[in-house]
Design a protein around this ligand. Structure first.
Ligand code: S3P
Length: 438
């Protein structure tokens, strides 16, 4: 169904990275705003919604289940909530493109419906592990089937009675936690999820914003099924995962001084700032404020020489999406950077350990992958040609690398940048990147 697309980027050293930029809205929060808005009673108005393909996949899935949604129009979306039991059976399989968050969260939400549904995705999503959600959902009573190897499509039977249970998560995953909490809305009794390390808590915060009681006690989150969500207004902050490309770019290009505006700084997402500062980066967190349930700030970042570090393991889940670009920071640092305890990177939109190691080697940097991490020796980025393997964050990371490279870098397979960062090329060029599509 999808046509062959083949956007490549050509990037090379540009100017210092300067000025001001507000990157697009947070992807995780945008997904959740549609899901909870659809299940609420009343109209939810969202501002700052990410008009990227992933969040739009979620939006379209709810439209296909009968929810009236206006927009998005310049980040504004208005959702006419149908209540917890008002969704309608979709007429066809729900196609979720590249979006793991859509599929994993929807699997929990749909397990509690009285109709059946099928969830499908693109080539990358079709390879991603789903047993991490289907196994605990089955223990709650859900009827849900994956392909033989545990990958999509997911066939959800519907009409099953769910029961709350206590699930100690084996993996630190916000998608698994959120999936089970969404199923828990439909379950009899209490659903309790314990996480082995803190993961992003947008679902918990947003449920509370929709007046749904959620109990958070240390590493344990619990809720009772059978309540109601009350519509509310949501302002989505700029995505720190998108801001990360600019935090690194300004840190590695001499003379840079950049202000990133209105960035979400939820403490479960700020590992990238902690890690970069430990490497010597000059990042100031200014004008901290609370926007709805989420903390927001402006981030000023100036060039600073970086040094290699051992990345603290407790920061891994807090920076899980930012490692591709953190590896670029490591390539520009003096000395060696070592990451371990990050095997989850192998099951993201691509195998981010292998694909980044290959790309770094291709542009002249020593990068040795390990089972659960990587060792990168800082050096001179020579330039060359790399493949993103359809992974948006890999493509953008090498556009950043090129800003410190001796020669240009051609980056293949960049179409999926639109999943999380529509307008990336223009935004990057506006603050000094030398970057174009080709
Ligand atoms: C997400 C959680 C993370 C992250 C993903 C978005 C979310 O995945 O990598 O991009 O919105 O809950 P995991 O839960 O698999 O770590």
């Amino acid at each position: 169904m999808s046509q062959e697309k083949s956007i490549s980027f050509i990037a090379k050293q540009g100017a210092a990275i300067t000025g001001e930029l507000r990157v697009p809205g947070d992807k995780s929060i945008s997904h959740r705003s549609i899901m909870l808005g659809a299940l609420a009673e009343g109209v939810t108005n969202v501002e700052g919604f990410l008009e990227g393909e992933d969040a739009l996949a979620t939006l379209n899935a709810f439209r296909a289940m009968g929810v009236v949604i206006e927009g998005p129009d310049q980040g504004k979306v208005s959702i006419q909530g149908v209540g917890l039991h008002g969704l309608q059976a979709p007429q066809a399989a729900l196609y979720l493109g590249n979006s793991g968050t859509s599929m994993r969260l929807l699997s929990g939400l749909l397990a509690g419906q009285d109709f059946a549904a099928i969830l499908t995705g693109d080539e990358s999503l079709s390879k991603r592990p789903m047993r991490r959600v289907t196994e605990p959902l089955a223990r709650m009573g859900a009827g849900i089937i994956t392909a033989d190897d545990g990958s999509p499509p997911l066939q959800i039977r519907g009409g099953c009675e769910l029961e709350g249970f206590h699930y100690p998560m084996p993996v630190a995953s916000a998608q698994v936690k959120s999936c089970l909490l969404l199923a828990g809305l439909y379950a009899k009794g209490t659903t309790v999820v314990t996480e082995p390390a803190p993961t992003r808590d947008h679902t918990e915060r947003m449920l509370q914003g929709f007046s749904y009681p959620v109990d958070v006690c240390g590493s344990q989150v619990s809720l009772d099924g059978g309540g109601k969500l009350q519509a509310c207004n949501i302002e989505v902050p700029a995505d720190i995962s998108s801001a990360a490309f600019f935090l690194v770019a300004a840190s590695i290009v001499p003379g840079s001084d950049l202000m990133l505006q209105h960035v979400g700084i939820n403490p479960t997402r700020t590992g990238v700032i902690t890690i970069l500062r430990k490497m010597g980066a000059d990042i100031q967190v200014l004008n901290e404020r609370l926007v709805g349930a989420e903390p927001v700030a402006d981030l000023r970042v100036r060039y600073a020489p970086l040094r290699g570090i051992q990345i603290p393991q407790d920061q891994v889940p807090l920076a899980i999406d930012e490692f591709p670009v953190l590896f670029i920071a490591a390539a520009c640092a003096e000395g060696e950077t070592v990451l371990s305890g990050a095997e989850e990177l192998r099951v993201k939109e691509s195998d981010r350990i292998q694909v980044m190691a290959d790309g770094l080697q291709d542009v002249g940097i020593q990068a040795d992958p390990t089972v659960d991490g990587i060792r990168i020796v800082g050096g001179i980025i020579e330039g060359g040609e790399v493949h993103s393997h359809g992974d948006h964050r890999i493509a953008m990371s090498f556009a950043v690398a090129a800003q410190r490279a001796q020669n240009s870098i051609i980056i293949h397979d960049c179409d999926n940048v639109a999943t999380s960062f529509p307008g990336f090329v223009d935004a990057a060029a506006s603050v000094g990147f030398n970057l174009a599509e080709c």
